[in-house]
Design a protein around this ligand. Structure first.
Ligand code: HEM
Ligand code: HEM
Length: 124
């Protein structure tokens, strides 16, 4: 069985490693114009994914639902489009990836909310 809590945690850690390494590079080189991108790799990637994973761990019935898989893929694809999209919007003037990625990120939160409402109270 897919352990969606572990998937979210592992995905969050991967973003966290990347976001922190990027922060160190930014600090060393003083290329701080990328601070918004760095902030959202850590916040949408590390912080949000870890919180999703720990919530699925706390409420196992939510993690067993099909909605949790849909939530995972929406969150992952959203982040993968949104984060480079921040760079492209800020430095290349191309906004489409930030628009689609941020709407998918928002949709993933709405799916999470729906999952809480429909599954959190079910027996473990
Ligand atoms: C090894 C770890 C990290 C390093 C070396 C690092 C480094 C930096 C640097 C150099 C800046 C730019 C500061 C400036 O504008 O002068 C920054 C900004 C920021 N970082 Fe980090 N960071 C790290 C981890 C994190 C984590 C884990 C988070 C969030 C969970 C985070 C959130 C932010 C935020 C919100 C900003 C401000 C962005 C802005 O002003 O637009 N950072 N960080
Ligand atoms: C769909 C998802 C999101 C979108 C579209 C979004 C968008 C934005 C925008 C437009 C800014 C202002 C940047 C500027 O000053 O030019 C910002 C700043 C910020 N956001 Fe987000 N955000 C999202 C998710 C989040 C999440 C989940 C967190 C925290 C867990 C977060 C934390 C922050 C923080 C701390 C700042 C101020 C630091 C900075 O300017 O980079 N954001 N965000």
């Amino acid at each position: 069985m897919v352990r969606i809590d572990i998937r979210f945690v592992a995905t969050g850690v991967a973003f966290g490693l990347f976001g922190m390494a990027f922060g160190i590079w930014m600090g060393i080189t003083q290329e701080v114009q990328y601070a918004h991108l760095h902030a959202h790799i850590n916040l949408v990637g590390w912080v949000a994914m870890i919180l999703f994973g720990l919530t699925y761990r706390a409420y196992p019935a939510m993690g067993r639902s099909a909605l949790s898989r849909l939530h995972y893929w929406t969150a992952l694809i959203g982040a993968v489009l949104f984060l480079p999209g921040i760079y492209m919007a800020a430095f290349e003037g191309v906004i489409i990836f930030a628009v689609i990625g941020s709407l998918l990120t928002l949709a993933s939160m709405a799916l999470f909310f729906t999952n809480i409402l429909t599954h959190a109270k079910k027996p473990d």
